[in-house]
Design a protein around this ligand. Structure first.
Ligand SMILES: NC(=O)c1ccc[n+]([C@@H]2O[C@H](COP(=O)([O-])OP(=O)(O)OC[C@H]3O[C@@H](n4cnc5c(N)ncnc54)[C@H](OP(=O)(O)O)[C@@H]3O)[C@@H](O)[C@H]2O)c1
Length: 376
């Protein structure tokens, strides 16, 4: 057997070649997948992959060979989706990646389903080392600009990085923006409701139940961020706005977004129970805001705005009944693109913007997209 590999990929190429030779055509999986963060989204992704693999008509050539959470990881020489033979050990991401390289018979994709800045800090190295990354984690796209630039450079060198689920959960927000720009449209502004959690809270909030109690309910329904303070402080929405801005070539950072929180971020890190108690201090203020809006026949909406000149803001607004954002329900997200083509009548992408299943499906679709890109 002989093979030609590019120099930076020599070690990986040899592993791929050797494993391919040893396992040969008997290996079903072409893409070797490693999952970091088997929480709500990661767990739903495993379920969706298992169901797809059990269906002979749509079985994707993907095998899952490692799952890592904060403290433990499970590594397998066989596809975890079809077998149970796994070894459990303390988490060590270097060993995790080394294992994926060892078992790989084709491209390696890591699905980062955490909300970890530390994991996002590894993307550039992974991508430049030939490992592709799909993720709903917003920390790379909204983190330090120099780190984001390093990720862009690694992508230009061939690493595939897809992150549709970082904005709008399962909605095609980033791909729509990409398509507009790639076909020569020019962005004028984006206005959006980009938090499914806050949309759900404001749709449910009629003043009869304290706002903090609804936040607690949203948390136990799995609708909030792992840390619910990220939602209510507006930081999660601000991160999404930064991701959209950078996608449009506007190099802003979180500090450039003028964020007015629904409820200010607590000064210390609180566990969820303590956070709900902290939130109850703001119940009467929320009640007043609701009453004020209702007196003028308006609804409360949490709105993110971005202009092509880079000005960006996130704030609670009162919207008239005829505004499209007022005519939304449940966890609806809306991204409203005003461009040269869609000027007087902006383009709306709207639909459910939270939930583990829809978010996992967007991550799954990104895995499939990377596979298509690699095979084209
Ligand atoms: N849930 C949604 O509706 C939704 C919608 C859109 C986007 N997202 C995004 O999807 C991601 C996951 O959200 P989720 O709701 O699934 O959160 P989650 O249920 O809290 O799960 C997070 C997972 O990440 C793991 N993790 C955290 N830090 C880690 C680290 N340093 N190393 C390895 N594993 C680590 C956790 O492991 P431990 O259990 O060991 O801590 C857990 O398995 C987040 O980035 C979130 O913003 C979620």
């Amino acid at each position: 057997m002989s093979c030609v590999v590019q120099e930076p990929s020599v070690t990986h190429g040899l592993n791929v070649g050797t494993n391919a030779f040893v396992q040969g055509a008997s290996s079903r999986a072409n893409v070797t997948l490693g999952l970091i963060g088997p929480g709500r989204v990661g767990g739903a992704l495993i379920g969706q992959l298992r169901r797809a693999c059990a269906d002979p008509h749509r079985r994707p050539p993907v095998g899952l060979f490692g799952i890592a959470s904060r403290n433990v990881m499970r590594l397998a020489d066989q596809d975890i989706l079809v077998g149970e033979c796994v070894e459990t050990s303390p988490s060590d991401l270097d060993a995790f990646v080394a294992h994926l390289r060892k078992v790989a018979t084709g491209p390696i994709v890591i699905a980062d389903c955490t909300a970890s800045d530390e994991i996002a800090g590894r993307y550039a190295d992974w991508l430049s080392g030939g490992i592709h990354v799909v993720t709903p984690n917003k920390f790379a796209g909204s983190g330090p600009l120099d780190r984001w630039s390093a990720i862009q450079r690694a992508r230009e060198a061939g690493g595939h990085h897809r992150y549709e689920a970082t904005v709008g959960a399962g909605l095609p927000v980033i791909n729509t923006l990409r398509d507009l720009l790639d076909t020569g449209d020019e962005l004028i502004a984006i206005e959006g409701m980009l938090s499914g959690t806050i949309a759900w809270l404001l749709n449910r909030y009629d003043g009869t139940t304290p706002f903090s109690k609804l936040v607690k309910e949203a948390y136990y329904k799995g609708l909030t961020e792992p840390n619910p303070a990220d939602d209510l402080s507006g930081m999660d929405v601000a991160r999404k706005l930064v991701i959209l801005a950078r996608e449009a070539g506007i190099g802003i950072s979180l500090d450039d977004v003028c964020v007015t929180p629904v409820v200010p971020m607590p000064t210390t890190n609180l566990n969820p129970k303590a956070y709900f108690a902290y939130m109850s201090n703001y119940d009467s203020e929320m009640q007043s805001r609701l009453q004020r809006a209702r007196l003028s026949g308006r609804t409360l909406r949490y709105v993110a705005s971005l202009s092509a000149n880079g000005s960006a803001s996130v704030r609670l607004e009162e919207m008239g009944a005829d505004h499209p954002f007022s005519r939304t329900g449940l966890t609806d997200n809306v991204a409203r693109f005003c461009t040269s083509r869609y000027d007087s009548n902006p383009l709306h992408v709207q639909g459910p913007g939270a939930g583990a299943e829809v978010t996992a499906a967007a991550v799954f679709a990104d895995v499939l997209r990377v596979m298509r890109e690699l095979s084209s």
